[in-house]
Design a protein around this ligand. Structure first.
Ligand code: HEC
Length: 440
């Protein structure tokens, strides 16, 4: 939208004159309502004139400070599809409208509000699975749980994406999910087993036993790893038809290995949902992931130990050995994270900008999908630099006074640190750099 379109040329005098119904509603619908609506994560709705009027001061403040809509990636560095960033013209219009007294305007000009499918950011799922309610006790401790959510489909089915909708948005810190697949007749009672296993008290193998994952003959079923995951603020990356996705056998289970709940001071519970989107056929181009940094394929240098009262930068590097097409990047740090930058240096010494976050925000850990596939030529070194602030100046520092915080093998506690870049990619095919990744 350009500034000229926003100007009401018919007004009696030449003054700019903005009204909610004509100029502001479309801006709010586009930039705020996708989250600020009933059944979504935001604390209040922003759809109607009344909604916006009620929160006018904070709406203006968060827009001007670029806090809302939330988009930590630096758009001066690289671009992604569906950027949640307002244009200068939109910001100008909101400010001008407020200065002019935030007038409602003629109701006949009000565009119809956007229609959202409640309970999903991607649209209407083909199937929704819900986990059994898990009780979280108010003991201020982290909970790490493994569980399976068995399902039976009509037949073997291709799945395009699985979206996780956390039940308790405040406490669900992360979820990693795999798919367990049973061959026909391999397991009679595939929903047997304990509903939940505390993975702090039980190693993986014992947890698998307790969940009774095995086939009836004692062998393990097929496991498709990392079919979906969740981090605060995450939106599931769904690609155009034919890119990404996997096959699910008729009988199976979503295996959460694991789900991490942050500490709670009160007794509460969680009932997370899984929206499943089917695909008509096998993906022509299935995607794969690699992880740089913590628990990944490249070491963090120096070792991720952040002494108290220090701001410290770490690096992880990885050389790509064949041409790939990069689709999505997901930077990950915890509460001490401050800055994050990832780029590639090609054999010809070109720099490929991947992502830069100047003010790390733990609450918004998107999977950033490029507008088009990004070719990373063989021999490119991907370099990731992360800066952590372990001083009292970091308001999110979990310790006061600050203490040494480090990466601990296998620990994903918020009070330990992590430094990762997760990359979703495909083997490169000629012309990939022209393929749009807007989901259709
Ligand atoms: C991606 C989802 C999303 C979008 C888009 C979004 N918000 Fe928010 N907003 C949230 C969530 C979630 C919160 C709750 C607080 C938090 O976690 O930061 C919030 C909080 C707020 C707050 C309260 C902040 C405070 O500190 O009291 C305001 C005001 C706000 N949003 C305004 C807006 C406006 C205006 C827009 C559009 C220009 C917008 N938001 C777009 C998700 C969103």
């Amino acid at each position: 939208m350009s500034a000229c379109n926003l100007v009401n040329k018919d007004s009696a005098n030449d003054n700019l004159h903005f009204t909610f119904t004509e100029h502001i509603a479309p801006i709010i619908y586009k930039n705020c309502s996708p989250c600020h609506r009933p059944g979504s994560g935001a604390p209040f709705d922003l759809i109607t004139f009344e909604d916006v009027k009620e929160h006018l001061k904070t709406v203006q403040l968060t827009i001007n400070e670029r806090l809302m809509p939330p988009w930590p990636a630096d758009t001066a560095y690289s671009h992604f599809r569906d950027e949640k960033v307002m244009t200068k013209e939109e910001i100008f219009a909101v400010n001008k409208w407020i200065e002019e007294g935030a007038v409602e305007g003629d109701n006949s000009k009000l565009p119809s509000p956007p229609v959202f499918y409640s309970g999903s950011l991607l649209g209407k799922p083909d199937l929704t699975l819900k986990m059994k309610p898990y009780k979280i006790s108010g003991d201020n401790k982290d909970n790490f749980i493994m569980l399976k959510i068995p399902f039976e489909l009509e037949k073997d089915t291709f799945i395009r994406a699985i979206e996780i909708i956390p039940g308790n948005k405040k406490l669900v810190h992360h979820i990693n999910a795999h798919l367990i697949q049973y061959s026909a007749g391999a397991k009679k009672n595939y929903s047997s087993g304990k509903p939940f296993v505390d993975t702090e008290k039980s190693d993986k193998l014992h947890a698998f036993e307790a969940l009774e994952l095995k086939n009836d003959d004692g062998t393990y079923p097929l496991l498709t790893p990392s079919v979906t995951n969740y981090l605060p603020g995450v939106e599931t990356a769904m690609y155009p038809q034919g890119i990404g996705g996997f096959k699910a056998k008729k009988n199976g289970a979503i295996l959460l290995d694991n789900i991490h709940y942050g500490p709670s001071p009160i007794d509460t519970s969680d009932e997370t949902e899984f929206n499943i989107f089917f695909a008509p056929k096998a993906p022509a181009r299935p995607t794969t992931e690699f992880i740089l940094g913590t628990s990944g394929i490249s070491p963090v240098v120096p070792t991720l130990i952040i002494p108290p009262n220090e701001v410290k930068t770490f690096v992880t590097r990885f050389k790509v050995d064949s041409d790939i097409s990069l689709l999505t990047v997901n930077p990950h740090m915890h509460l001490l994270g401050k800055k994050f930058v990832a780029y590639g240096i090609t054999p010809g010494n070109d720099t490929l900008h991947l992502i830069r976050i100047n003010n790390w925000d733990f609450r918004w850990q998107y999977f950033y999908t490029f507008e088009k596939m990004m070719k990373i030529p063989a021999g490119t070194e991907i370099v990731v630099e992360g800066t952590f602030d372990n001083t009292v100046n970091n308001p999110l520092n979990p310790f006061n006074p600050p203490r040494t915080v480090s990466e601990r093998e296998g620990s994903m506690r918020t009070t330990d640190e992590m430094f990762q870049l997760i990359c979703t990619f495909l083997p490169y095919q000629s012309g990939d750099e022209n393929i749009s990744l807007k989901a259709k």
